[in-house]
Write a protein that binds this ligand. Structure first.
Ligand SMILES: NC(=O)c1ccc[n+]([C@@H]2O[C@H](COP(=O)([O-])OP(=O)(O)OC[C@H]3O[C@@H](n4cnc5c(N)ncnc54)[C@H](O)[C@@H]3O)[C@@H](O)[C@H]2O)c1
Length: 268
């Protein structure tokens, strides 16, 4: 048994969109526990403050900034505030997300826009805000070797639904769109020592699911429990992979799309 706590991220700076709940919340807690300075950026003020005070009480370093990931100026201000308070962001984690399901013939345009904007535009804006600052830093102090630049990581949360899911035209479009963004960013940014990855979790029990698992006498809980060999996931199964992708152990990886599938190899 390991008796010494391993702190892989002492003084690293992490910016997490959607950090007030679910996978972003767990990731914020895990990073803080391993010594990182964490900003959570979320439009849910109540939960943002809850996560912030919980992490502070546990001795972690965290700052909650309230804002919408679709708002370019607000995202940029939050990233700037993080640079000013903690120093340059090392890791960007894009976890802000919503579900607004509907069958194709009935899906309102507003639901299409809300989901695409939150997942894709939110990823673009938060990535751009970090990346432009990272490039400025590299250009101000040019290095001969890529690896001599500061080591940065970008991780976004896609989904197994990227491969298609009934009632989720908007969501599967957003989640598969992220995969192209990750490949492009991987190609474009490695020259600045930035590695970009996507993870594709299966069903994980978080507030985004709403009543799904409890309604109809637990019919859907039974359904998903039966279809995912290792069962419905817990947030830490995802956060552990995110921390790995930001660790030294993942130094030689870039542009990867990692399934977190509970043993399930077909679709959600
Ligand atoms: N839970 C799952 O089964 C599952 C599976 C695969 C992928 N994902 C993805 O993981 C990510 C995190 O989901 P979760 O399960 O933690 O859900 P969650 O609802 O617990 O957390 C999502 C957070 O994003 C925030 N958010 C939403 N829209 C925002 C906006 N416009 N601006 C700022 N913040 C915003 C919410 O307030 C919330 O705090 C999402 O992208 C989701 O699609 C979840």
């Amino acid at each position: 048994m390991r008796s010494i706590k391993v702190e892989r991220f002492n003084d690293k700076v992490v910016f997490i969109t959607g950090g007030a709940s679910g996978l972003g919340e767990q990731t914020a807690k895990d990073f803080a526990e391993e010594g990182a300075k964490v900003t959570i950026y979320d439009f849910d003020g109540e939960n943002g403050k809850r996560v912030e005070s919980g992490v502070k009480e546990a001795g972690g370093e965290i700052m909650f900034i309230e804002g919408d990931v679709r708002d370019k100026a607000a995202v940029d201000q939050a990233v700037q505030k993080t640079f000013d308070t903690y120093g340059p962001v090392d890791f960007l984690i894009h976890s802000a997300g919503i579900l607004q399901d509907g069958m194709i013939h009935k899906l309102p345009e507003e639901r299409w826009d809300a989901v695409i904007d939150t997942h894709l535009k939110g990823f673009f804006l938060s990535m751009q805000s970090c990346v432009k600052r990272w490039i400025d830093i590299c250009k101000a102090d040019p290095k001969d070797d890529i690896a001599d630049n500061p080591d940065r990581r970008i991780i976004t949360i896609s989904s197994q639904a990227a491969e298609g899911n009934i009632g989720q035209l908007n969501y599967s479009a957003a989640k598969s769109g992220m995969l192209g963004m990750v490949k492009t960013a991987g190609l474009e940014l490695i020259r600045y020592n930035v590695r970009t990855h996507a993870i594709m979790p299966t069903l994980i029990e978080t507030p985004i699911l709403g009543e799904l698992l409890s309604k109809q006498d637990g019919k859907w809980r039974k359904y998903y429990s039966g279809r995912i060999p290792l069962g419905i996931g817990e947030p830490e199964y995802v956060s552990r992979v995110i921390l790995f992708l930001c660790s030294d152990d993942a130094w030689f990886m870039n542009g990867e799309i990692i399934g977190i599938n509970g043993g399930r190899l077909d679709k959600v």
